[in-house]
Design a protein around this ligand. Structure first.
Ligand SMILES: Cc1cc2nc3c(=O)[nH]c(=O)nc-3n(C[C@H](O)[C@H](O)[C@H](O)COP(=O)(O)OP(=O)(O)OC[C@H]3O[C@@H](n4cnc5c(N)ncnc54)[C@H](O)[C@@H]3O)c2cc1C
Length: 371
């Protein structure tokens, strides 16, 4: 029977960042199990790659600021080019939305985010596709950007594997192994693996994996649709643009435009298929915000799952109800952005039981039970 100190379930950005965080702290007796033939076939490989820092809570905003610094200057020994591109971001809104927007801006200011409030004319100068009639004001955050997510994932995993971790793709975990009151490993399709710790980083499938061994956590996989238009030689230096009130964002993507209608449809069955109604909604919203581009042919589309916790914060830490089980799940809509800080958080919590990255009780699994 295979034995290891830590077995990580899932090689998305959660599992990969956890492996990287452990490797940085000298923990190399690690086995990463991935069900698919390759890592990053779900949320972590099919997201929008935006490093957006104007987030809704002060904690998320601060983590995103710190992570963006990491993306701009990854450690010298990081074995991949994460491809940081400063594009800036625009958030557009209308006057009736202002009371909520001002609360968000105040939180972001407290977290230290540098931004400006600009008029539609100025926003159109930055992103000429925008219709100035569609909004009354915009938040301009000049230092936001995008990365190459495949490279980020590759870097995390390579760093861990080069130091001794084992990456087993094409091997699905089936259930946790429990002896007495402790989790002692995992049953896989290819036999049992005994481990001191099981790190559950299986994204939308994380709750399903603990069935029968522990209570699930309050998080729900929610589908989001992404659409890629035909190539229009879109300028990739232009900012990504988000409109919360309208429910639409877009960014230039290798000459095309990447659109999303910001859907958030609960999908307990982990169904990633595209609903044509959301494609139509995306087009209708594009017609308002970027009318000159709304008629573009859509070349690709996909659905993918963001796993949202009940309070929108991630779950990172040991499970107080089942010793030996550690969660890195519920990363929501900012898992890529937060990943370098998640790596540090996992390393800290694993070795020291506490962390300065974020107050551990804010991200503790079963938070209501946390001290
Ligand atoms: C459409 C979309 C757009 C997004 N845009 C952004 C963005 O612009 N910026 C940002 O920061 N974040 C974004 N996100 C969020 C980000 O992608 C997620 O927070 C993050 O990728 C979640 O990573 P994960 O590893 O938890 O999940 P996943 O990437 O889903 O990884 C889970 C892994 O576990 C594996 N697995 C499942 N079951 C088993 C099993 N039984 N045994 C072994 N392995 C198993 C899966 O195959 C998968 O590889 C977006 C998400 C979506 C869906």
């Amino acid at each position: 029977m295979q034995r290891t100190r830590v077995v990580i379930l899932g090689a998305g950005v959660a599992g990969a960042a956890a492996a990287y965080g452990l490797a940085r702290r000298g923990i190399h007796d690690v086995c990463i199990l991935e069900r698919d033939p390759f890592p990053g076939q779900h949320a972590s490989g099919r997201n929008a790659s935006l490093i957006r820092r104007n987030l809704k809570t002060e904690t998320d905003c601060r983590l995103a600021l710190e992570a963006a610094d990491w993306f701009r200057r990854p450690p010298r020994d990081f074995p991949a080019e994460v491809g940081w591109r400063t594009t800036g971001s625009l958030f557009t809104y209308r006057m009736p939305e202002l009371p909520q927007v001002e609360q968000d801006l105040e939180r972001q200011r407290r977290a230290g985010l540098p931004f400006e409030r600009i008029a539609p004319r100025e926003a159109v100068r930055l992103q000429p596709l925008l219709s100035p009639e569609a909004f009354d004001e915009a938040q301009w955050t000049p230092d936001d950007g995008c990365i190459e997510i495949v490279e980020l994932l590759r870097g995390f995993l390579t760093f861990a594997v080069e130091r001794g971790a084992q990456l087993r793709c094409g091997t699905a975990a089936q259930r946790l192994l429990v002896e007495g009151d402790r989790c002692v490993g995992v049953q896989t399709e290819a036999g049992p693996i005994r481990a001191e710790w099981v790190m559950n980083a299986a994204g939308a499938w994380a709750n399903g994996l603990v069935a029968g061994a522990a209570e699930s956590l309050p998080m729900t996989p929610c589908r989001r649709t992404m659409l890629v238009t035909e190539d229009v030689r879109a300028d990739s230096t232009k900012p990504f643009t988000w409109d919360d009130g309208l429910g639409f964002y877009f960014r230039p993507d290798h000459g095309a435009l990447l659109w999303s209608p910001c859907d958030e449809v609960p999908s307990e069955s982990c169904d990633e298929s595209v609903d044509p109604a959301w494609v139509e909604r995306a087009r209708a919203r594009a017609r308002r915000l970027i009318p000159s581009a709304a008629g573009l042919r859509l070349e690709y589309q996909w659905g993918c799952l963001r796993t949202l916790s009940i309070d929108r914060e991630m779950f990172v830490g040991p499970d107080p109800t089942l010793p030996g089980l550690f969660w890195v799940a519920g990363l929501g809509g900012h898992g890529v952005t937060h990943s370098p800080r998640i790596a540090d958080l996992v390393g800290d919590l694993f070795l020291e039981g506490t962390s300065r990255v974020v107050e551990p009780r804010l991200v503790a699994p079963r938070r209501s039970a946390a001290p």
